[in-house]
Design a protein around this ligand. Structure first.
Ligand code: GDP
Ligand code: IMO
Ligand code: MG
Length: 422
């Protein structure tokens, strides 16, 4: 079974991009299956940092195919900028980047609608990245969206105008105009550029690879707690971020899926609104934010920080069928003499539970913590998992016992080389 899926188990930004880049050489293709420019995946190697939004994180490996699947919502303007940056850095993607003709197009009017609907939410804002994600997925499900393949049709501009007219009618009740004219020239230039790329029916491409016995890594975006069904609804994104999304987002049958890598930080972060039971709003939270440089790769917003949340992780592990855990950013906790782990929640009726109640009601639970000894050592100099200090070994063993999944990678720094296999 040659498809492995890599997904975030928390609220995103767990370090997925880094691990995809590290594992990519053992695969023939890396395929993004959902989300869009709301994602920011950071890769660091050879002293350079790269942030990818829609381009799969295998792109720095010239022998690997990189596929943008049908489940993705693609902003041509952002895509063109990303690819320009790659060109500037000498990366040739002409031969190994493929885009599904069934992926949905994000239009300037989707971005405008995102902003208008967020503004209208007053103090219940989702904290959207304002990249047009919600409105574009709404159009997809409403069967009025434009697909990448539509740009190849002679009447594309007519279809575009119809979509914009529809969006204007959605904005009107808010008393707002779309104000997209300044962005249209850029959009059409980016569409012209998109036409020059390899647009295809990627479900065939991927299934042909499988027939040849090749291996595919499906790259998740966002995190399980942002999943539109299972996350902290309505404070979620608009897509299926869990492993199952890889099947619908790529056109791969479930029987092909083997491993599911679950990526989690050694603590927890969230950017945007919504419940976050283990959030630390004081000094400790700030210490984690600074040590982990927890500022969004897409929007630059400070990320909310907190201790690791095992009830939420248990839930995510169940939903995704995680077979291996990768623990990221362990080094960020180097300066802590003690580390807290949320093992249970106390619910409103005073009961303690290891499980997650309705994620939509997570604001009503109180975390119950267990204190563990910190390792209080600079992990960035550790080059083998066997050299981990005893308190870190104990922390890993504790997590494995609580979560019942082996931790096979511990990451101790942003660079490719700071990835320790166990
Ligand atoms: P993604 O969205 O899941 O790919 O994660 P992001 O790239 O948005 O955020 C992860 C951030 O942590 C990036 O800035 C990475 O460079 C950084 N990072 C990844 N792994 C580690 C690690 O083990 N230690 C430290 N200190 N930083 C890391
Ligand atoms: P990666 O792939 C962290 C969050 C937003 C907001 C909510 C809805 O880098 O882990 P949207 O723009 O999707 O309508 O926003 O989801 N969000 C992310 N948070 N990492 C991401 O992606 C995210 N993508 C969306 O902050 O709270
Ligand atoms: Mg990110």
């Amino acid at each position: 079974m040659p498809v492995d899926v890599l997904i975030g188990l928390q609220w995103g930004d767990e370090g997925k991009g880094k691990i995809v880049d590290v594992l990519a050489p053992t695969y023939d293709a890396v395929a993004r299956f959902q989300g869009g420019p709301n994602a920011g995946h950071t890769l660091t190697f050879d002293g350079q940092k790269h942030v990818l939004h829609q381009v799969p994180s295998g792109i720095f490996h010239p022998h690997i195919l990189n596929v943008v699947g049908n489940g993705v919502v693609l902003d041509p303007v952002v895509f063109r900028q990303e690819l320009q940056k790659l060109t500037d850095r000498g990366v040739d993607y002409a031969h190994n980047l493929y885009i599904s003709k069934k992926a949905q197009l994000i239009l300037p009017s989707h971005r405008a609608l995102d902003r208008i609907s967020e503004e209208a939410r007053g103090n219940t804002k989702i904290g959207s990245t304002l990249k047009g994600i919600g409105p574009t997925y709404s159009d997809k499900i409403g069967r009025v969206g434009l697909r990448v393949g539509h740009i190849l049709l002679p009447d594309f501009e007519k279809r575009y105008r119809e979509a914009v007219a529809h969006h204007a009618s959605l904005a009107a009740p808010y008393g707002k105009a779309l104000e997209i004219e300044p962005f249209e020239a850029d959009f059409f230039a980016a569409v012209d550029f998109l036409r020059t790329l390899q647009l295809t029916d990627t479900e065939y491409l991927l299934n042909d690879l499988l027939t040849q016995g090749k291996r595919i890594l499906a790259e998740g975006a966002q995190g399980s707690m942002l999943d539109v069904d299972f996350g902290t609804y309505p404070y979620v994104t608009s897509s299926s971020t869990i492993a199952a999304g890889a099947c619908t987002g790529l056109g791969i049958a479930p029987r092909h899926i083997d491993k599911v890598y679950g990526i989690t930080k050694a603590y927890c972060t969230r950017v945007g609104g919504g419940p976050f039971p283990t959030e630390l709003t004081g000094e400790v939270g700030e210490q984690i934010r600074q040590a982990g440089r927890e500022f969004g790769s897409t929007t630059g917003r400070p990320r909310r920080t907190g201790w690791i949340d095992l009830p939420a992780l248990r839930y995510a592990i169940m939903l995704n069928g995680v077979t291996e855990l990768h623990l990221m950013k362990a080094d960020v906790l180097d300066a802590f003499a003690e580390i807290e782990v949320c093992t249970h929640y106390r619910t409103l009726d005073g009961e303690e539970t290891p499980n997650l109640p309705d994620p939509g009601q997570l604001d009503q639970v109180t975390p119950v913590y267990q204190q563990l000894l910190g390792w209080y050592t600079d992990l960035t100099n550790v080059t083998e998992a066997a050299q981990f200090p005893k308190p870190l070994q104990d922390y890993l063993a504790f997590l494995e016992k609580e979560l019942q999944v082996p931790i096979t990678i511990v990451s101790v720094g942003p660079d490719r080389v700071s990835t320790l296999f166990r």
